[in-house]
Design a protein around this ligand. Structure first.
Ligand code: IMP
Ligand code: MG
Length: 179
């Protein structure tokens, strides 16, 4: 039987990830000093990034999670269902959305619209990975860990059919058809 792991090609080692995450944490700590930001991790993919990022935040802050389910038809504009809301009142607060990866930007765009209903003071976006390309985003990505090409990646929270989230490095999935 073919081992699916054979199709993984490491693109970022845990050492590279850790040092990049640490520098993002330092920047966020400087930018949000005295602002008591709320970091909102988007489950499930962001759990590992969120944990490491929070360990390198040196300022007073709050941490929460939101869970979304995105339905994506082949050509649909994407519809997002909220599976878990935040517990903290977001009114007049500085929010930082923490995502694992931004591809088309649809998920974050919907999330920003959703969070805006709570009347926060600001909404910023931090993502570990950004699939740059022809994506036409109508929002700013304030903090990006790594820019990658539009190929499928797994590990460090990111999954393929719910697998590989536990890996401590990030890998390119070379042949998605092998199962
Ligand atoms: P977007 O709405 O197109 O920006 O896609 C965002 C969501 O799709 C992410 O939060 C991931 O859950 C998933 N996703 C997109 N690309 C990848 C990938 O390469 N690996 C794993 N998940 C991905
Ligand atoms: Mg995600």
């Amino acid at each position: 039987m073919n081992n699916l792991k054979d199709n993984l090609k490491k693109i970022f080692s845990s050492k590279e990830i850790n040092s990049r995450v640490m520098s993002l944490g330092q920047r966020l700590s400087e930018d949000f000093e005295g602002k008591n930001p709320i970091f909102i991790g988007v489950l499930n993919g962001s759990f590992m990034f969120m944990a490491d990022l929070m360990k390198s935040i040196s300022i007073t802050c709050e941490v929460d999670f939101i869970k979304l389910h995105s339905y994506k038809g082949t050509k649909s504009t994407g519809e997002i269902k909220l599976l878990k809301e935040t517990s903290i009142d977001l009114k007049h607060r500085n929010i930082v959305i923490v995502e694992d990866i931004i591809d088309t930007g649809m998920t974050v765009k919907h999330l920003i619209n959703l969070l805006q209903n709570s009347n926060p003071k600001s909404i910023s976006v931090a993502t570990l990975l950004f699939k740059s390309g022809l994506t036409d985003l109508n929002f700013n990505i304030d903090y990006i860990g790594f820019e990658i090409t539009k190929e499928f990646v797994v590990g460090y929270g990111l999954d393929y059919n719910q697998k590989f989230r536990n890996l401590n490095s990030i890998y390119l999935l070379q042949d998605e058809n092998t199962n």
